[in-house]
Design a protein around this ligand. Structure first.
Ligand code: LLP
Length: 405
């Protein structure tokens, strides 16, 4: 995101803080980088809704032709509310309930990414009851090390995701005999914030070998979904080039007739958003400097949860204060409530700071802890700043409780 500091300060002034600000242009250019990478090769980009599920952002992507990777009925309803095409939706997740499957079947989604043997039977049962055929893909767990943070690594056998390579083949044979299932594809997602291509190469090789075995048994898949996971540069990470990543897959697939699906989340919206916060006050405790800001771990939990390093800049260029080493912390009563530690910054109360690269897993992971309303969200589009989510009021936080007083 091109940081136009004056603009961000003006927008923060207008809509107050903490405030998420996103760039429509950057979101679309990230999306198009994937789309262009495929050229004429048949593909479907399913943006992972969990990264940022604001309706205006979903609508922007739907209009650009994007499909969606969802993991809940809530995300499905969001996509449908923005006019997203149900046929371009894939539904992942280890714990779908019968009612979720039923709702998604009725909506006519494109594919169920099944994560367990039990789910196969559950889906067959629900589809039979409704008298429809469910489009399915098995999420295999290729047992590869994605070399990322353990909490966001998903393709190892000790992780809860997917079906083991050993179980996949018999499961496909079984599914081929189930009347209410229509086998469409195979999928994997090995983790998030990946910075190396080799784990993907490994997962692809294993998956393609399985696809060939299935072919010999007369089970022909239509698509291969290689998940999401491409990292962004929070600090100095090396990045995977989307075009190279796609080219590697196309080359490995060769003349097998397979459409490629991908499920990028972070790499579409991550660097397209910032969280702007205002310094409430500064304080010093025995030589340690703190800047207490009005955003907190409830607004952005990545630093507290994963120890994630996120860049923090002062938008007030004229700040004449002296540079000091600060911990940037929020007002929440937890020591874990920090946005950044040991930052060399010149700042003073009233300054606006921006936590950059906060467009993914920022707002969507926010909470109401300490009875704090969630932040407002603004989209910059064609030079204008448009509110796309109003700040939550304190009253709305207890609205579901007042009837029980
Ligand atoms: N597909 C599936 C099945 C997923 O579980 C995920 C992310 C994605 C696609 C998108 O992955 P991406 O392209 O965004 O890496 N909250 C964590 C990230 C959790 C990712 C969960 N799954 C964070 O803030 O780092």
């Amino acid at each position: 995101m091109k940081i136009d500091q004056v603009l961000l300060t003006e927008v923060a002034e207008k809509f107050s803080t903490p405030l998420y600000i996103y760039s429509a242009e950057k979101i679309l250019s990230n999306y198009h980088a994937y789309d262009k990478g495929f050229g004429d090769y048949p593909h479907l980009i399913c943006y992972a809704v969990k990264a940022n599920s604001n309706l205006s952002i979903l609508k922007l992507l739907a209009k650009a032709g994007s499909g969606f990777d969802i993991v809940s009925k809530g995300e499905l309803k969001r996509v449908l509310a923005t006019g997203g095409d149900p046929k371009k939706i894939v539904y992942s997740g280890v714990g779908k309930k019968e009612s979720d499957l039923e709702f998604a079947l009725k909506a006519g989604i494109g594919c169920f990414n099944i994560e367990s043997v039990a789910e196969v039977y559950m889906l067959n049962r629900v589809a039979t009851k409704l008298g429809v055929k469910a489009p399915v893909s098995l999420r295999i767990n290729p047992n590869v090390d994605a070399k990322t943070h353990p909490y966001i690594s998903t393709g190892l056998k000790e992780n809860k995701f997917g079906i083991s390579m050993d179980d996949a083949l018999p499961m496909y044979r079984e599914m081929a005999r189930m009347p209410a299932l229509d086998i469409h594809g195979i999928d994997f997602h090995i983790g998030s914030q990946l910075t190396e291509m080799s784990p993907y190469a490994e997962a692809l090789d294993l998956t393609l070998a399985l696809i060939d075995e299935l072919s010999e048994l007369g089970i022909h898949l239509k698509h291969l979904d290689m998940g999401g996971g491409l990292g962004i540069r929070y600090e100095d990470e090396t990045l995977i080039d989307p075009a190279k990543w796609i080219a590697q897959a196309i080359e490995k697939i060769g003349d097998r007739d397979l459409k490629i699906f991908i499920e990028p989340g972070r790499s579409i919206v991550g660097d397209a958003g910032v969280l702007v916060t205002q310094v409430i006050l500064t304080k010093e405790n025995e030589g340690k400097n703190f800047a207490i800001v009005d955003a907190a771990m409830n607004d952005l939990i990545r630093p507290a949860l994963y120890g994630a390093w996120m860049n923090i800049i002062n938008l007030d260029e004229d700040s004449e204060s002296e540079v000091k080493n600060y911990d940037i912390v929020g007002p929440i009563c937890e020591t874990g409530d920090f946005l950044g530690k040991d930052r060399e910054l010149a700042l003073t109360s009233g300054d606006y700071l921006a936590i950059t690269h906060a467009g993914a897993y920022g707002f969507t992971m926010s909470s109401n802890y300490n009875s704090r309303g969630r932040a407002a969200e603004v989209l910059l589009e064609d030079g204008t700043a448009r509110l796309i989510r109003a700040r939550e009021t304190e009253e709305s936080l207890y609205a579901e409780e007042t009837a029980y007083l």
